[in-house]
Design a protein around this ligand. Structure first.
Ligand code: HEC
Ligand code: HEC
Ligand code: HEC
Ligand code: HEC
Length: 463
């Protein structure tokens, strides 16, 4: 399952952007089915394309979108399914969804839908599922503080899986009798919880764990007793106050261990226990072929949509040179640099940076504004460029690929002045604009900078 906030980063600003994110959302829910997800919550971010869209992609996949408090205004019925009962082996797991009601609906949605606060609906849903469920999980897009309140009010919820809020990588926290947890954002981790649960039990330390704790205490007392024995003559030991005190504690602890062991053997009131880990999904994690095929297909469709739009607009001559100009900001392209720096240019041409644009062509992603920014030469990369999609794909060919000026800064003044230094010193910060955690998690500046450092001026001549 997933807590929610799965489908969109934000509401797209242009029609093509929205179309593209819709294609991605569709591929996400299809991939999740392949990965064996049973249900996903619905958060604010998921509403970017509207409720009807969500319902339509729901039909493409067996993954159930759940929300108990997005209601149809006329009937008061849940628009999505409020919960599912998932059979996991012999266990029945109830998965309920709850959507942060503080979000604002669009005017067009306000007339058909309402999102009611959690306390108005959760009681009823829990009453519905309680008799048949062995485990109750709530997928919540409320912030942590609210989830704490939910846990305090409804102790029959076993686990709350949170989504979309800032408390990411939240190691399960026990509030009342509920664990609240959330994995890291952007699908970078998989949450894995092993549970050992017993009817009507509460979360607690396992008996083995408790025995271990008491045993540690006992070992400490034994150590103190031994030390006393060495110091006090045997005849006086029985009268010694400290000696007597330690003996009393020792026998109390021994009784405690015996009781715990008896409970363990006879299965009395065994606490529910869990262990949790967040598994990082690194680029080295092997790909699943069927999921990869879904994602690749969606990317190709998204690229085609941008391409069609750009071709149309080019014809209607909407994009003018003047519109691109501000983004070029003194950039002149690598061919001008080559005139005076042939050795450095020859070296650069052997690096991946020179091939960065053909990489996009090879992947059929050269029209995808989500990719272009880092595979071309701009004076600096800004995420907002992605919104200037029609401009980005119109860059002159000498700026396609990661050219000289991506590292050395715009070269116009330098090239004209024949002496003025290029505008930027190359540093780690330069690289991190593109070698981000998301696109190059293992980037190590000190090790890699050598690979791309141009030969010194005159290095070859002086030999
Ligand atoms: C008209 C010739 C000319 C052009 C065109 C030119 N440069 Fe230079 N460049 C020079 C000269 C001359 C130097 C100074 C060499 C020296 O200091 O010995 C220099 C120095 C440099 C240096 C070293 C600066 C330093 O810190 O010492 C870099 C980096 C550089 N150029 C990058 C570029 C880039 C990138 C371009 C294209 C955008 C470019 N140059 C275009 C002539 C040119
Ligand atoms: C404008 C974005 C951008 C900047 C700035 C940038 N890179 Fe890259 N880098 C890329 C892209 C994109 C690739 C992949 C190119 C390809 O193969 O398509 C890449 C590939 C590389 C590679 C592997 C290619 C090879 O030839 O071995 C190294 C190493 C590297 N970059 C180091 C650096 C370092 C060090 C810096 C900073 C001094 C830096 N990069 C700055 C975008 C950038
Ligand atoms: C934030 C900057 C950034 C964005 C955005 C970006 N890339 Fe890259 N890309 C890089 C960097 C840096 C590398 C080099 C590091 C590496 O290979 O992991 C790279 C490497 C690659 C490579 C491997 C090149 C090779 O042959 O080794 C491919 C393929 C690629 N990118 C495609 C894409 C596509 C497709 C998109 C859009 C969906 C995209 N990139 C968006 C920065 C970016
Ligand atoms: C990925 C980043 C990157 C790219 C792209 C790049 N360079 Fe460099 N270049 C460096 C680094 C790093 C140095 C080492 C000096 C420094 O740190 O400033 C350097 C040094 C230079 C120098 C000065 C050498 C000296 O004597 O100090 C020149 C000239 C130069 N580059 C020209 C170019 C030209 C021309 C291109 C494009 C054809 C280019 N560079 C592309 C990173 C880059």
């Amino acid at each position: 399952m997933d807590g929610g906030a799965l489908f969109f980063k934000s509401r797209g600003s242009s029609a093509t952007q929205l179309q593209r994110t819709e294609i991605m959302a569709e591929s996400i829910i299809k991939s999740m089915e392949k990965m064996g997800y049973a249900a996903a919550g619905i958060a604010k971010q998921d509403m970017a394309a509207g409720f009807e869209f969500l319902l339509s992609i729901q039909k493409e996949s067996s993954v159930q979108l759940v929300s108990a408090n997005i209601l149809k205004k006329d009937s008061g019925a849940a628009y999505f399914t409020s919960h599912i009962i998932h059979n996991a082996g012999s266990l029945k797991v109830a998965i309920i969804g709850i959507t942060d009601h503080s979000i604002k609906l669009r005017a067009s949605e306000e007339k058909d839908f309402i999102i009611t606060p959690w306390h108005e609906v959760l009681g009823n849903d829990l009453k519905d599922v309680e008799p048949s469920a062995d485990l109750i999980i709530l997928l919540s897009s409320y912030p942590y503080k609210t989830n704490e309140k939910i846990a305090q009010q409804f102790s029959n919820i076993d686990i709350i899986v949170q989504s979309g809020h800032s408390k990411r990588g939240l190691i399960p926290k026990k509030i009342n009798n509920t664990l609240i947890t959330q994995v890291e954002g952007q699908g970078k981790y998989l949450g894995h919880m092993s549970l050992s649960i017993h009817p009507d039990s509460k979360w607690g330390d396992s008996y083995q764990g408790q025995v271990q704790q008491v045993q540690n205490e006992l070992d400490r007392i034994d150590w103190q007793l031994n030390r006393l024995k060495k110091r006090i003559p045997e005849a006086q030991q029985k009268q010694n106050h400290q000696f007597k005190k330690l003996h009393t504690i020792k026998s109390e602890l021994e009784t405690k261990i015996a009781t715990l062991n008896r409970a363990l053997i006879n299965n009395i009131d065994i606490p529910n226990t869990y262990s949790n880990k967040f598994i990082p999904l690194k680029t080295s994690t092997p790909e699943d072929k069927s999921v990869k095929a879904i994602v690749e297909k969606a990317k190709r469709r998204a690229n085609r949509i941008s391409q069609e739009r750009i071709t149309k607009e080019k014809k209607s001559n909407e994009i003018k040179e003047a519109q691109i100009q501000p983004y070029l900001n003194g950039l002149i392209g690598w061919k001008r640099c080559r005139q005076c720096h042939p050795e450095q240019t020859a070296f650069w041409q052997t690096t991946g940076h020179a091939r960065a644009w053909s990489t996009l062509i090879r992947k059929k992603q050269q029209f995808n504004p989500d990719c272009i920014g880092c595979h071309v030469t701009l004076s600096s990369y800004k995420a907002t460029y992605a919104e200037k999609e029609e401009l980005l794909s119109q860059l002159p060919s000498v700026l396609k690929g990661v050219g000289c000026e991506a590292c050395h800064g715009p070269g116009l003044i330098h090239a004209d002045s024949k002496g003025e230094k290029p505008s930027k010193a190359v540093s780690k910060v330069t690289c991190l604009q593109c070698h981000t955690a998301k696109h190059d998690g293992d980037f190590d500046f000190n090790r890699l900078v050598e690979k791309i450092t141009c030969p010194s001026i005159g290095a070859t001549k002086s030999q």
